[in-house]
Design a protein around this ligand. Structure first.
Ligand code: PGA
Length: 256
Protein backbone atom coordinates (compact mmCIF):
# COMPACT_ATOMS: atom_id res chain seq x y z
CA UNK A 1 0.00 0.00 0.00
CA UNK A 2 1.26 3.55 0.11
CA UNK A 3 5.00 2.99 0.31
CA UNK A 4 7.59 5.40 -1.02
CA UNK A 5 11.19 4.36 -0.95
CA UNK A 6 13.79 6.87 0.12
CA UNK A 7 17.52 6.68 -0.32
CA UNK A 8 19.70 4.40 1.77
CA UNK A 9 17.94 2.33 4.36
CA UNK A 10 15.17 4.73 5.24
CA UNK A 11 11.63 4.30 4.02
CA UNK A 12 8.55 6.37 4.55
CA UNK A 13 5.15 4.76 4.62
CA UNK A 14 2.37 7.14 3.71
CA UNK A 15 -1.08 6.42 4.96
CA UNK A 16 -4.23 7.66 3.31
CA UNK A 17 -4.43 10.48 5.82
CA UNK A 18 -0.96 11.61 4.67
CA UNK A 19 0.52 10.63 8.00
CA UNK A 20 3.90 9.05 7.82
CA UNK A 21 5.78 6.25 9.47
CA UNK A 22 9.50 6.38 9.04
CA UNK A 23 11.12 2.96 8.93
CA UNK A 24 14.88 2.67 9.33
CA UNK A 25 16.55 -0.65 8.55
CA UNK A 26 19.86 -1.08 10.34
CA UNK A 27 22.57 -3.64 9.74
CA UNK A 28 23.30 -4.51 13.36
CA UNK A 29 21.83 -4.39 16.84
CA UNK A 30 24.59 -1.91 17.77
CA UNK A 31 23.49 0.44 14.98
CA UNK A 32 19.83 0.09 15.97
CA UNK A 33 20.73 0.89 19.59
CA UNK A 34 22.85 3.86 18.64
CA UNK A 35 20.19 5.40 16.41
CA UNK A 36 17.47 4.87 19.01
CA UNK A 37 19.63 6.39 21.76
CA UNK A 38 20.42 9.38 19.55
CA UNK A 39 16.71 10.06 19.00
CA UNK A 40 15.97 9.84 22.73
CA UNK A 41 18.97 12.02 23.57
CA UNK A 42 17.85 14.59 20.96
CA UNK A 43 14.45 14.72 22.64
CA UNK A 44 16.02 15.42 26.03
CA UNK A 45 18.52 17.90 24.59
CA UNK A 46 15.65 19.81 23.02
CA UNK A 47 13.49 19.74 26.17
CA UNK A 48 15.23 19.10 29.48
CA UNK A 49 11.89 18.38 31.25
CA UNK A 50 10.86 15.74 28.72
CA UNK A 51 8.44 13.01 29.72
CA UNK A 52 9.86 9.79 28.31
CA UNK A 53 7.67 6.73 27.96
CA UNK A 54 10.02 3.80 28.48
CA UNK A 55 9.92 0.11 27.69
CA UNK A 56 11.44 -3.12 28.97
CA UNK A 57 12.37 -6.32 27.13
CA UNK A 58 15.62 -7.41 25.54
CA UNK A 59 15.48 -4.93 22.63
CA UNK A 60 15.94 -1.64 24.52
CA UNK A 61 18.91 -2.86 26.57
CA UNK A 62 21.46 -1.66 23.98
CA UNK A 63 19.66 1.67 23.67
CA UNK A 64 19.88 2.15 27.43
CA UNK A 65 23.58 1.22 27.38
CA UNK A 66 24.19 3.93 24.80
CA UNK A 67 22.21 6.47 26.80
CA UNK A 68 24.27 5.62 29.89
CA UNK A 69 27.46 6.21 27.86
CA UNK A 70 26.12 9.52 26.57
CA UNK A 71 25.08 10.59 30.06
CA UNK A 72 28.50 9.75 31.49
CA UNK A 73 30.14 11.68 28.63
CA UNK A 74 28.02 14.73 29.51
CA UNK A 75 26.08 14.59 26.23
CA UNK A 76 22.64 14.10 27.75
CA UNK A 77 21.30 15.24 31.09
CA UNK A 78 18.41 13.32 32.69
CA UNK A 79 18.17 15.46 35.83
CA UNK A 80 14.88 17.08 34.80
CA UNK A 81 13.41 14.12 32.92
CA UNK A 82 10.29 12.27 34.03
CA UNK A 83 9.89 8.67 32.92
CA UNK A 84 6.67 6.69 32.66
CA UNK A 85 7.04 2.99 31.95
CA UNK A 86 4.57 1.02 29.92
CA UNK A 87 3.84 -1.93 32.14
CA UNK A 88 4.51 -4.19 35.11
CA UNK A 89 3.67 -7.75 36.07
CA UNK A 90 0.86 -8.22 38.56
CA UNK A 91 2.22 -9.85 41.71
CA UNK A 92 5.89 -8.89 41.43
CA UNK A 93 7.35 -6.35 43.83
CA UNK A 94 9.87 -3.81 42.57
CA UNK A 95 12.74 -5.70 44.18
CA UNK A 96 11.91 -8.97 42.35
CA UNK A 97 14.65 -9.38 39.76
CA UNK A 98 12.10 -10.04 36.99
CA UNK A 99 9.92 -7.05 37.78
CA UNK A 100 10.03 -4.21 35.33
CA UNK A 101 10.83 -1.71 38.10
CA UNK A 102 13.94 -3.77 38.88
CA UNK A 103 14.81 -3.96 35.17
CA UNK A 104 14.61 -0.20 34.73
CA UNK A 105 16.70 0.51 37.81
CA UNK A 106 19.26 -2.07 36.76
CA UNK A 107 19.45 -1.24 33.05
CA UNK A 108 19.13 2.55 33.16
CA UNK A 109 18.07 4.52 36.22
CA UNK A 110 20.90 3.39 38.55
CA UNK A 111 23.48 4.52 35.99
CA UNK A 112 22.26 7.96 34.89
CA UNK A 113 21.50 11.21 36.69
CA UNK A 114 17.73 10.81 36.64
CA UNK A 115 15.89 11.61 39.86
CA UNK A 116 14.37 8.25 40.87
CA UNK A 117 11.38 10.10 42.30
CA UNK A 118 10.57 11.15 38.76
CA UNK A 119 10.58 7.58 37.44
CA UNK A 120 7.26 5.79 37.24
CA UNK A 121 6.37 2.13 36.75
CA UNK A 122 2.90 0.73 37.51
CA UNK A 123 2.68 -0.90 40.95
CA UNK A 124 2.05 -4.58 40.26
CA UNK A 125 1.38 -5.34 43.93
CA UNK A 126 -1.14 -2.56 44.56
CA UNK A 127 -3.94 -3.81 46.83
CA UNK A 128 -6.45 -2.46 44.34
CA UNK A 129 -5.14 -2.94 40.78
CA UNK A 130 -8.10 -1.11 39.21
CA UNK A 131 -7.37 1.95 41.39
CA UNK A 132 -3.71 1.68 40.42
CA UNK A 133 -4.71 1.78 36.72
CA UNK A 134 -6.72 4.96 37.33
CA UNK A 135 -3.84 6.50 39.29
CA UNK A 136 -1.49 5.76 36.40
CA UNK A 137 -3.72 7.42 33.81
CA UNK A 138 -4.15 10.44 36.09
CA UNK A 139 -0.37 10.63 36.47
CA UNK A 140 0.16 10.59 32.69
CA UNK A 141 -2.38 13.37 32.34
CA UNK A 142 -0.90 15.41 35.19
CA UNK A 143 2.53 15.22 33.51
CA UNK A 144 0.99 16.61 30.32
CA UNK A 145 1.27 13.34 28.40
CA UNK A 146 4.32 11.65 26.96
CA UNK A 147 6.79 13.50 24.74
CA UNK A 148 8.52 10.45 23.33
CA UNK A 149 7.31 6.88 23.76
CA UNK A 150 9.80 4.06 23.25
CA UNK A 151 8.19 0.75 22.29
CA UNK A 152 9.29 -2.80 21.65
CA UNK A 153 6.98 -5.18 19.81
CA UNK A 154 5.94 -8.72 20.71
CA UNK A 155 5.81 -11.51 18.14
CA UNK A 156 2.03 -11.20 18.36
CA UNK A 157 2.17 -7.44 17.74
CA UNK A 158 1.69 -6.36 21.32
CA UNK A 159 2.88 -2.93 22.43
CA UNK A 160 3.33 -2.61 26.16
CA UNK A 161 1.17 -5.53 27.21
CA UNK A 162 -1.69 -4.58 24.91
CA UNK A 163 -2.22 -8.08 23.62
CA UNK A 164 -4.17 -9.01 20.46
CA UNK A 165 -7.78 -8.44 21.33
CA UNK A 166 -11.18 -7.61 19.84
CA UNK A 167 -10.86 -3.93 20.74
CA UNK A 168 -8.10 -1.42 21.35
CA UNK A 169 -8.09 -0.95 25.15
CA UNK A 170 -7.99 2.76 25.77
CA UNK A 171 -6.83 3.15 29.35
CA UNK A 172 -4.29 1.59 31.67
CA UNK A 173 -5.71 -1.81 32.50
CA UNK A 174 -5.09 -5.24 33.96
CA UNK A 175 -4.44 -7.78 31.24
CA UNK A 176 -4.26 -11.55 31.03
CA UNK A 177 -1.08 -12.30 29.13
CA UNK A 178 -1.40 -14.30 25.94
CA UNK A 179 0.06 -17.79 25.63
CA UNK A 180 2.89 -16.69 23.30
CA UNK A 181 3.83 -13.88 25.68
CA UNK A 182 3.88 -16.24 28.68
CA UNK A 183 6.05 -18.66 26.73
CA UNK A 184 8.41 -15.89 25.60
CA UNK A 185 8.74 -14.75 29.22
CA UNK A 186 9.30 -18.25 30.61
CA UNK A 187 13.03 -18.09 29.81
CA UNK A 188 13.42 -15.58 32.64
CA UNK A 189 11.74 -17.68 35.34
CA UNK A 190 12.63 -20.94 37.08
CA UNK A 191 9.40 -22.72 36.13
CA UNK A 192 6.20 -22.10 34.17
CA UNK A 193 4.30 -21.71 37.46
CA UNK A 194 6.39 -18.69 38.39
CA UNK A 195 5.77 -16.83 35.11
CA UNK A 196 3.24 -14.08 35.79
CA UNK A 197 -0.03 -14.53 33.91
CA UNK A 198 -1.24 -10.97 34.36
CA UNK A 199 0.15 -7.49 33.99
CA UNK A 200 -0.85 -3.85 34.27
CA UNK A 201 -0.28 -2.00 31.03
CA UNK A 202 -0.69 1.49 29.75
CA UNK A 203 -3.52 1.58 27.23
CA UNK A 204 -3.51 2.54 23.59
CA UNK A 205 -4.73 6.08 24.22
CA UNK A 206 -1.68 7.27 26.18
CA UNK A 207 0.60 5.67 23.59
CA UNK A 208 -1.27 7.27 20.69
CA UNK A 209 -1.27 10.64 22.44
CA UNK A 210 2.52 10.59 22.85
CA UNK A 211 3.97 13.36 20.70
CA UNK A 212 6.53 11.02 19.17
CA UNK A 213 6.74 7.24 19.07
CA UNK A 214 9.94 5.23 18.59
CA UNK A 215 9.39 1.54 17.92
CA UNK A 216 12.41 -0.77 17.93
CA UNK A 217 12.55 -4.38 16.74
CA UNK A 218 15.55 -6.66 16.57
CA UNK A 219 16.06 -10.06 14.95
CA UNK A 220 14.79 -11.97 11.90
CA UNK A 221 11.91 -13.32 13.99
CA UNK A 222 10.44 -9.78 14.19
CA UNK A 223 10.34 -9.22 10.43
CA UNK A 224 6.84 -10.60 9.81
CA UNK A 225 5.19 -8.75 12.65
CA UNK A 226 6.85 -5.45 11.68
CA UNK A 227 5.58 -5.92 8.13
CA UNK A 228 2.05 -6.47 9.50
CA UNK A 229 2.29 -3.54 11.90
CA UNK A 230 3.61 -1.11 9.29
CA UNK A 231 1.82 -2.24 6.15
CA UNK A 232 -1.01 -4.52 7.23
CA UNK A 233 -4.59 -3.66 8.12
CA UNK A 234 -5.08 -1.63 11.28
CA UNK A 235 -6.64 -4.08 13.68
CA UNK A 236 -6.63 -4.75 17.44
CA UNK A 237 -5.50 -8.26 16.51
CA UNK A 238 -2.15 -6.59 15.71
CA UNK A 239 -2.08 -3.87 18.37
CA UNK A 240 1.02 -2.14 16.94
CA UNK A 241 -0.85 -1.54 13.66
CA UNK A 242 -2.69 1.36 15.33
CA UNK A 243 0.58 3.27 15.05
CA UNK A 244 -0.19 3.74 11.34
CA UNK A 245 -2.62 6.42 12.54
CA UNK A 246 -0.02 8.21 14.66
CA UNK A 247 1.49 11.34 13.09
CA UNK A 248 5.09 10.87 14.20
CA UNK A 249 6.39 7.31 14.38
CA UNK A 250 9.93 6.15 13.75
CA UNK A 251 10.51 2.40 13.48
CA UNK A 252 14.11 1.25 13.78
CA UNK A 253 14.65 -2.40 13.01
CA UNK A 254 17.43 -4.88 12.45
CA UNK A 255 16.47 -8.18 10.84
CA UNK A 256 20.04 -9.49 10.44
P1 PGA B 1 11.76 -8.18 23.38
O1 PGA B 1 10.27 -7.91 23.80
O2 PGA B 1 12.40 -6.83 23.28
O3 PGA B 1 12.34 -8.98 24.52
O4 PGA B 1 11.72 -8.91 22.08
C1 PGA B 1 9.54 -6.94 23.12
C2 PGA B 1 8.15 -6.93 23.63
O5 PGA B 1 7.59 -8.00 23.93
O6 PGA B 1 7.58 -5.83 23.72
Amino acid sequence: MWQTKNTGNEYTTKSKGEKTMKVIYTKSYAELSEKAAELIAAQVQGKAESVLGLATGSTPIGTYEKLIEMNKAGKVDFSKVTSINLDEYVGLTGDHDQSYRYFMNDKLFNHVNINKENTNVPNGVAADIEAECKRYDALIEEKGGIDLQLLGIGHNGHIGFNEPCDIFEKNTHRVQLGETTIQANARFFGSMDEVPKEAVTMGIQAIMMAKKVLLIANGPDKKDIIEKAVNGPVTPQVPASILQFHPDVTVICCFE
